[in-house]
Design a protein around this ligand. Sequence first.
Ligand code: SAH
Ligand code: SF4
Length: 364
Amino acid sequence: MKTNLLDFNLDQLTQHFAAMGEKPFRAKQVMRWMHQMAQSDFDAMTDIAKSLRAKLHETAEVRVPALMMGQESGDGTRKWLLDVGTGNGVETVFIPENERGTLCVSSQVGCALECTFCSTGRQGFNRNLSTAEIIGQLWWANKALGVTPKEERVVSNVVMMGMGEPLANYDNVVSALNIMLDDHAYGLSRRRVTVSTSGLVPQMDRLREDCPVALAVSLHAPNDALRDVIVPINKKYPLKELMAACQRYLERAPRDFVTFEYVMLDGINDRPEHARQLIELVRDVPCKFNLIPFNPFPNSGYGRSSNNAIHIFRELLQEAGLVVTVRKTRGDDIDAACGQLAGQVQDKTRRQAKWTQIIEEGKQ
Ligand code: SAH
Ligand code: SF4
């Protein structure tokens, strides 16, 4: 099989070219063609010597995942479904705002972590995305949005908040992050690239050393008893360890705070006593809160907190001096809102069948 050059960050491509007897600047040129000009055809790379183009044709390719579907929401949000083989598809969402355009990128086909309120988690896990499949999402977005030169780029921010747990696919995600940050590729600053994790503590420590981008942590509960249920990875890395890992991360982070995401689930984690516990929990961690109104999906078993409950919760946190935003729901008419990304996942763990059975039994 031909080598997919989209799998390489600049260091890896330079090494690959060195093995072919090519100079390092060739790697930079090809990086720019692939990523800044969204070019996949070697023949269009006009400043590359013909002899090298011929060699590349024989041994390599720029293979982006095929586009299965594109949709646009009434509010300008766009969603693309990319074919990642054997009947699987992953979703990427572009959210335009006044000053910026944010791309929400997927890292896995499905997710193994079983958070109970998450549609991706409900589907089970199929496999990790390759570096090419992760960076291919940014490639497609730039291509589809009709931008190539750096100055005009519409995607100004990337959040790893699509399908999957990015830190469970560590190597490929870090390689893709490197490409996002590289001046010869997308040239995004570390502050504008965010990894969102449900709290894989050892990998948070590795990321701090390898590629410290902005960090978001999916907290969702203020105590271990509740978090054990709704974010089960908490049983492995409980809150005390998670808070300590956040503090360590901040020593290297490009921003001086961690963003805590908190999905507002009606009657589950949205009461004033939960807010009070949260204030205690994060006392020593410089942070901002992002409250996410729960986005329903079929048979979720959860409801969205009322606007009033969200308002009271927010006020309590703010009175304690915390900075809080409430995430606007965007793109829900095309199922592109947080936690609604389902893609097409052939579940290797057959988890969906298990859930369907549990839900059916509950109805009897
Ligand atoms: N696995 C990573 C990143 C993907 S999920 C993580 O868990 O952080 C991105 C965000 O969407 C997380 O904060 C997640 O908890 C949240 N989310 C998942 N399902 C949701 C839903 N149904 N409604 C609102 N937010 C949801
Ligand atoms: Fe996985 Fe994140 Fe969904 Fe949890 S919330 S199941 S970690 S994608």
